[in-house]
Design a protein around this ligand. Sequence first.
Ligand code: RNT
Ligand code: ZN
Length: 409
Amino acid sequence: MGYESAKAQFADWGVDTETAIQRLTNIPISVHCWQGDDVVGFENRSGNSGGGIQATGNHPGRARNPDELRADLEFAYSQIPGAHRLNLHAMYLDTDESPDRDEIEFRHFVPWVDWAKDQSIGLDFNPTFFAHAKADDNLTLSHPNAGIRDFWIEHGRRTRDIAAKMGKELGLPAINNIWVPDGYKDIPVDRMAARARLEASLDAMLTDPKEHMKDAVESKLFGIGVEACTVGSHEFYLGYAIRKGTLLCLDMGHFHPTESIADKLSAVSLSMPEVLLHVSRPMRWDSDHVILLNDDILAMAHELVGGDLLKRTHIGLDFFDATISRTTAWVIGTRNMQKALLQAFLKPWDRLRAAEDALDFSSRLALTEELKDLPYGAVWAEFCSRKEASVGSELIAKLNAYQGSVADR
Ligand code: RNT
Ligand code: ZN
């Protein structure tokens, strides 16, 4: 199906494919660095991420150093049409030094900033509150020991400073997203005390508003090893973000499987100016599978476009699968987010809204289902070709060829 024919078919529904392509071009997706190396990082410490998150698998080609990770990202970006950012974790520093987490400085990340300038992309950042001896109990900012809390508060403060410098250097604000693994395997006696400690630690970290960076806080329902209680639960951070003016990060893997994160987006957006998404695919638990173009992702894109939330929602990804080519995971997962957005841009919103507002739910149903037959794939292929990214067999050949070139690592 050629693009011109697809364009005409969408035009019959009152949808302009050129506008849709233009809108998609301008939406940056923040690609997470940690898919490239199975959440190991470059600190030369233990290989186990801990904190209840774990990449499983041993597919060849894991990036072992920053240069390999950057090369892999450059390949992935070449096949991800449109705008990108990079989401870095603090444990991905690029330096010969070995600073502990409470000693990191902007200079340890300068090669990333130089590379980001070269790529014309923005950076996002994250303190790393796991994969460290002081996080082995799955307690960091809410640890009963004040010394351990202070260590992590200092880490968090430094990441805010680094994020602000990154944002300033690149001329694009960096989001610094706080996720802590804190929780209890078995039923705690005093949840209130743990939550009060987490709140006090966050307050100590977030004392000064900074230019060029934005703070975000990420909730979770439970994790492996913290089944009974997660200190930073959804209610905890929803309230915190509203009261303190931070962004809230909604990770699609951090809720009960029957909850719809797409549904939450408009609800929380009424109480805060900006939201961060960690687009992911849970499977029974916080499994962080590569995102598919499934109903959950389509629903999320529908909400972002229909609710006019794109200008105040930052789209980040969060998945890691070490059983497949890591670059293929990045490319396919990120493109799926873009494809979902494209499908949402290609909807005849006026007609859909008119049917709903008239309580004509029959037409709403018929419209929704008939639209699924429109040739959005031809519009996607056109978008890819304008951005010099491949589709179909050609894409698969390129993905396999790149994987072949890194398999000897
Ligand atoms: C963990 C959170 C968190 C991490 C990354 C590596 O459950 O989702 O976002 O995946 O920070
Ligand atoms: Zn996440």
